[in-house]
Write a protein that binds this ligand. Structure first.
Ligand code: SAM
Length: 285
């Protein structure tokens, strides 16, 4: 992350702007602190990674998921990539990423000539969406991809894909609790999440946070796990799917509170085991 990028960060406790104080390498943060402008909290940056979450506020589920994701072997993702298409009768990963890209409506992003276009992936993990998104963005668009996660292991793995500290170009990464996103209001053009909704302590709060940080006229998209209610699965397939996804609970949409003012709401089953929820923030509020 570059020093200039810190201007869209906000204290996850109070929402105050953050000021950088530390060592840099070619204008990228290395080690130091981000201090809240209201004189309150001080957040560490260690080896290029800001830690913008309150350990004391983390709930049991979120701690447990961090613990699990921090320890998942590298082989877990490739295993899912091979096994899920088999269980779904083909194409899972492609189907999901294509649905995501379609509903992010990247083709409509034109930039305004001054502010860069910003995309945020909540729960970016090891960054499997990054190359797909980069390739799909309109040519010539000045775009920044940002990612948060609670698992330091996954974020460092994500960073490692492009060598040390190249994420200033590929993705800006932040350790953050999705229930308290450390960003100012309305700074992203698109905000999305893939695959962990049922693991959040309070999925409605995470959705509200995603909606808060998307700009007016922007869009929020979530891809979540849901066995297609219209298509009964063989019990063996369903059991294997549940095992592979570590028994992630489903979040029925009627239990999710949609943010006030959300427009153009889309709920679609995009494959046997996944749904997609898309919602827009009106351009004029
Ligand atoms: C299934 S992975 C998907 C990763 C990436 N989005 C992708 O599409 O490849 C879900 C991600 O959400 C994060 N996550 C899951 N539960 C979480 C929780 N309770 N709090 C914060 N992050 C969580 C995990 O660390 C993981 O990176």
């Amino acid at each position: 992350m570059r020093i200039a990028d810190t201007r869209i960060l906000a204290c996850p406790r109070t929402g105050a702007p953050l000021h950088w104080d530390g060592t840099n390498l070619e204008l990228h943060l290395v080690d130091g602190e981000l201090r809240a402008a209201d004189g309150g909290a001080v957040w560490p940056v260690v080896d290029g990674l800001p830690r913008l979450f309150d350990e004391a506020r983390l709930k049991g589920t979120d701690r447990l998921m961090r613990h699990i994701h921090d320890r998942l072997p590298r082989a877990h993702r490739p295993l899912l990539r091979v096994a899920l298409p088999l269980l779904q009768g083909g194409g899972t990963e492609r189907v999901l990423r294509e649905a995501l890209l379609e509903h992010l409506r990247l083709g409509r992003l034109a930039g305004d000539g001054t502010t860069p276009t910003r995309l945020l992936e909540v729960g970016i993990g090891a960054g499997d969406n990054v190359p797909v998104l980069r390739a799909a963005l309109p040519g010539g668009l000045r775009a920044e991809l940002w990612g948060t996660d609670l698992s330091e292991t996954l974020l460092r793995r994500c960073a490692g894909r492009w060598g040390h500290n190249p994420l200033a170009e590929q993705a800006r990464l932040v350790l953050a609790d999705p229930h308290y996103l450390p960003f100012a209001d309305g700074v992203f053009d698109r905000v999305f999440h893939v695959g962990g909704l049922g693991r959040f302590d309070d999925p409605s709060r995470v959705l509200a946070e995603m909606f808060r940080v998307v700009r007016p006229g922007g869009r929020v998209v979530i891809v979540g796990k849901r066995v297609d209610p219209r298509e009964p699965q063989a019990p063996m397939f369903e059991a294997a799917y549940r095992l592979l996804t570590l028994h992630e609970p489903e979040v029925p949409l009627d239990t999710l509170t949609l943010p006030d003012g959300a427009v153009d709401v889309i709920d679609e089953q995009v494959s046997r085991f996944f749904f997609l929820l898309g919602l827009g923030r009106p351009a004029v509020e």
